[in-house]
Ligand binder design. Sequence first.
Ligand SMILES: Cc1ncc(COP(=O)(O)O)c(C=O)c1O
Length: 426
Amino acid sequence: MDHFHFKRGRLYAEDVNLSDVAAKVGTPFYVYSHATLARHIQAMESAFNGYPHVVCYALKANSNGAVLRLLAQAGMGADIVSGGELFRARKAGIPGQKIVYAGVGKTESEIRDALRARILMFNVESTEELREIDRVAGLMARRAPIALRVNPDIDAGTHPYITTGMKKYKFGMPVEEALEGYRLARRLRNVDVVGVHKHIGSQLTEMKPFLESAERLVNFVGRIRAEGMDIRYLDMGGGLGIRYDTETPPEPSEWLRNLIPVVRSTGCTLVIEPGRSIVGNAGMLVTRVLYRKRNDLKNFIIVDAGMNDLIRPSLYNAYHRIEPLVRKKRAIIRADIVGPICESGDFFAHDRDLPEVRRGDLLGVRSAGAYGFTMASNYNSRPRVAEVLVRGDRFHVVRRRETYSDLMAKEQVPSFLKPSRKRAAK
Ligand SMILES: Cc1ncc(COP(=O)(O)O)c(C=O)c1O
């Protein structure tokens, strides 16, 4: 059941009329559905069917503190890529033992923080990083649990910007180099080899690349074990796609039903890092129509949200369903739906058919719960929008809308630019 649904022609999130939220909170805003999040977590958890696992939710998809707390309380771990994400995960109550840490550019202070938090493992992306983790762990008299991120050189068949498991991209290490990396790790004094990691890309809609890369990884585990190393965790990354338009990605149940038999022979605990599949369809962006205009080529609908609020269409040419929050009998028009930012790339849809909306109408940009707010910026000095969590018939502002003062809160004016009394007197 979709918890974003129409009742008497009005779009609701659970039992909350989203037009009422707009009236109280203003626009634009992101809204997340508690019931949808809970259902997605449950679908993922139950799909393991008893197989030993850790679900490390990828914070980069949506790291709102309330959303994270909800996920933490449901038992989710975290996949992090920065010290900031570690901070958020810990604040939400996610135990270190359920945190995995990837990313090609971990700094010394980030490594220190992760060691202090006693995370489950570092997913290491280069041998230089491996040596650095060993060095820092030595200084702290700790042992660092590690997996190496293997780049299985598989085309995930998704947008190049969210494909990661091919040699031409910066992530992980090719298989042969990773083997050398594991040999090095065994010689280092302050690291413990505990796992193997891969993540080949995001928004995958087919099983095939998941299975091919999983088979390569399992094969690789055999080779490392043959050298006497103990691999306990197989981290298969995230990447499970969702439906934005007409895609038919595997359900979590199908994904894991196919993946587990490949992994089972290793006896390893299966780690997965889903982001989008947990939060993507649990959120939407609500925006208001400011103006309409047309030239002899096109209709434009100008809304109050921009690419700084949701960059996916501009960055990946991504499709989001867009519909009025109130259904009215109106003619269908074809239009570009664009934001107020001074960039031609500031659009949500090109040549989209939709009912002829008017100034003041509200539009819902669907499937915006993942890589929405987390990728937002203040470009054009636009305060970032509010985030709202709906649960049943109530809604809660879980991040207030930024103010103009917020925009400048961290800036400092050097004294030589401050108006002096002398200058002011002139
Ligand atoms: C290492 C890693 N794990 C997990 C994810 C989450 O991917 P998704 O949101 O597609 O599940 C990403 C996303 O880019 C990632 O880089």
